[in-house]
Ligand binder design. Structure first.
Ligand code: SAH
Ligand code: SF4
Length: 466
């Protein structure tokens, strides 16, 4: 979601004359867009700020006639620590949260005024703080999306994009900061999402990933005041000509309704891949986390999805070492993973977050134990990912070629199951759908070769084949 927000900040700043710089060294403004979900992510902000401060001072010494770079921190660390951050880093100009970035032009104008007052030479920043949860939705104030790379992958064709449809969360899992930093659950109106998607498609996007902290809790208002759930939204988006693929993330196991299960069976554009965080396989821990489902509920959801879409690839998130997690609880997580067989998954050591109920629990698991369990879980997940990748060898898969490869003459595409596939292909195919035969599987990616190259000159023809 931060990648999406960053792209939207660029859209807000474009009319002011800003465009993306290659790096901070020569930039007129640097915005760190931050994540507060785990301590490690939050810590990085301060070390990065130290570097930026040096850069600012150096620039002021080297180029005394040039305005010093504007330094800003955005995102959830800014939201959670705003005033404290300004006290700790007085050289900052702007600190703003995830719900106020539509006001960036105003904040920049204030920085300029402050710079005029102190001639911008003191090294002290303007210190502007905007971490409100404004009554107006930022989406109503954002400009249209502009073309260009929107999924943060760097050298890509601009053919894949993120699109936030839902934000915030009211579930209050006891370990999680999201409800405090992103605010209450909010769904964008259906028409606004359709319109943004049409704009993306007209700028060359072929694959869209719908985003939300609880994306499957989506309940947007339709044009007639009716209520659209995620399945309805997907069905409408699938009607957009030129859009080839739809994905959505992150889902909560409790929020998959019947229509959402079913659409996986009949919407061709909806990719057979689902990120469905379990967090734990122990019912005791799931209850302590306030997740609202049991391991059996989770497995039942997976079984139902697989009945509807047998080739669906599963991904997930796991937290190990939640307070009070015993060896038996951890073993229940391993058991769940063995039963589900993931195509890939993310796993984290529990990280106590300030202000969350779990951080106050007494029976915190020692760090060495958390690390040791994480290693065991990751070894199992790695094995499963490799097994999943190996079974692709010899198969033909449709790919969307979305990036250049490491060497010239090589491109990288995404399989329907989210795997990166490397192949030799000419650069004109960037942004196109092609069919490949998988020739080898590696730990994190696949290798393939183009099938029937003649077809690829006409991508529409290929889509009919698909
Ligand atoms: N809404 C999603 C998750 C969003 S947060 C859901 O409910 O599943 C993304 C992931 O970060 C979570 O799935 C969780 O695995 C991890 N996470 C969140 N808070 C954490 C914490 N305090 N310690 C470790 N991992 C955490
Ligand atoms: Fe955090 Fe997800 Fe729980 Fe919401 S549902 S509180 S985002 S982990």
């Amino acid at each position: 979601m931060n990648v999406y927000d960053t792209a939207r900040m660029a859209d807000v700043l474009a009319p002011l004359g800003y465009s993306a710089a290659d790096g901070p060294e020569d930039a007129d403004m640097v915005i760190l867009n931050t994540c507060h979900i785990r301590e490690k992510a939050a810590e990085k902000v301060y070390s990065e700020l130290g570097r930026l401060r040096q850069m600012k001072e150096q620039r002021m010494a080297d180029e005394p006639d040039r305005a010093p770079p504007v330094l800003a921190v955005a995102g959830c660390v800014a939201q959670a620590e705003g005033a404290e951050m300004l006290a700790r880093a007085p050289f900052l100009d702007i600190v703003f949260g995830p719900q106020t970035y539509h006001r960036l032009p105003e904040m920049i104008a204030r920085v300029e005024r402050a710079a005029g007052n102190n001639k911008g030479k003191s090294g002290r920043g303007a210190g502007i703080l905007d971490t409100e949860f404004p009554a107006e939705a930022k989406f109503d104030h954002l400009p249209k999306v502009s073309p260009g790379a929107r999924d943060g992958k760097g050298t890509m064709a601009g053919c894949t994009a993120f699109l936030t449809i839902q934000e915030g969360c009211d579930k209050f899992c006891t370990f999680c900061v999201v409800p405090y930093t992103r605010g209450v659950e909010f769904s964008r109106p259906g028409q606004a999402v359709l319109e943004e998607c049409r704009q993306l498609v007209s700028s060359g996007v072929r694959e869209v990933t719908l985003l939300g902290q609880n994306v499957n809790a989506y309940h947007g208002t339709g044009p007639d005041g009716d209520n659209w759930d995620l399945a309805e939204l997907i069905a409408r988006l699938a009607g957009i000509d030129g859009l080839a693929r739809i994905r959505y993330t992150t889902s909560h196991p409790r929020d998959i309704n019947d229509r959402l299960f079913d659409i996986h069976g009949h919407c061709e554009k909806l990719m057979p891949y689902l990120h469905l965080p379990a967090q734990s396989g122990s019912d005791r821990i799931l209850a302590a986390m306030n997740r609202g489902y049991t391991a059996a509920d989770y497995q039942a959801a997976v079984a139902r999805l697989r009945r509807i879409r047998p080739d669906i690839a599963l991904s997930g998130d796991f937290i190990v070492g939640f307070p009070g997690e015993s060896e038996a609880d951890f073993e229940a997580t391993m058991e769940l993973v063995r039963a589900v067989k993931y195509a890939q998954a993310y796993s984290f050591k529990y990280s106590p977050r300030p202000g969350t109920p779990a951080a106050l629990l007494e029976d915190q698991v020692p760090d060495e134990m958390r690390s040791e369990r994480l290693q065991r879980l990751q070894a199992l997940l790695d094995d499963q990912q490799q097994a999943f990748n190996r079974q692709m060898v010899g198969k033909r898969l449709p790919l969307l070629l979305d990036r250049g490869g490491r060497r010239p003459g090589q491109l990288v595409g995404r399989s329907p199951y989210m795997q990166a596939v490397h192949l030799d292909a000419s650069v004109e195919l960037l942004g196109r759908m092609v069919e490949v035969e998988i020739t080898a599987a590696h730990a994190n990616s696949l290798a393939g070769q183009l099938v029937e190259p003649a077809l690829h000159r006409n991508p529409r023809q290929l889509e009919r084949v698909r």
